[in-house]
Design a protein. Structure first.
Length: 115
């Protein structure tokens, strides 16, 4: 069974930084991509950033230039470096993994940007 565990969320002031981590465990066949999503209260979950198995990255426009997605050497760990955080970045951040014809989710980690 595949498990994704996120860490690194918390409370930060506007303009601050956080680094989220997601570690995938279990038997995973043919990872297509891993990504970070977020869901704010009353809003739909949105894809924030993704990285394909080959290393191609994509970002939603609202975080371009501020967030950076990367992964570990084993390609089953993904990170999200978040800089210049804004109050509108407040949300639960989820890690997602597409592989072997299935999609897996972590339980999420809360990020709160507030003074």
């Amino acid at each position: 069974q595949v498990q994704l565990v996120e860490s690194g969320g918390g409370l930060v002031q506007p303009g601050g930084s956080l680094r989220l981590s997601c570690a995938a465990s279990g038997t995973i066949f043919s990872i297509s991509f891993m990504g970070w999503y977020r869901q704010a209260p009353g809003k739909q979950r949105e894809l924030v950033a993704m990285i394909t198995y080959s290393g191609t990255t994509n970002y939603v426009d609202s975080v371009k230039g501020r967030f950076t997605i990367s992964r570990g050497a084993a390609k089953n760990t993904v990170y999200l470096q978040m800089n210049s955080l804004k109050p509108e970045d407040t949300a639960v951040y989820y890690c997602g993994l597409a592989g072997g014809g299935s999609y897996y989710w972590g339980r999420g980690t809360q990020v709160t940007v507030s003074s």
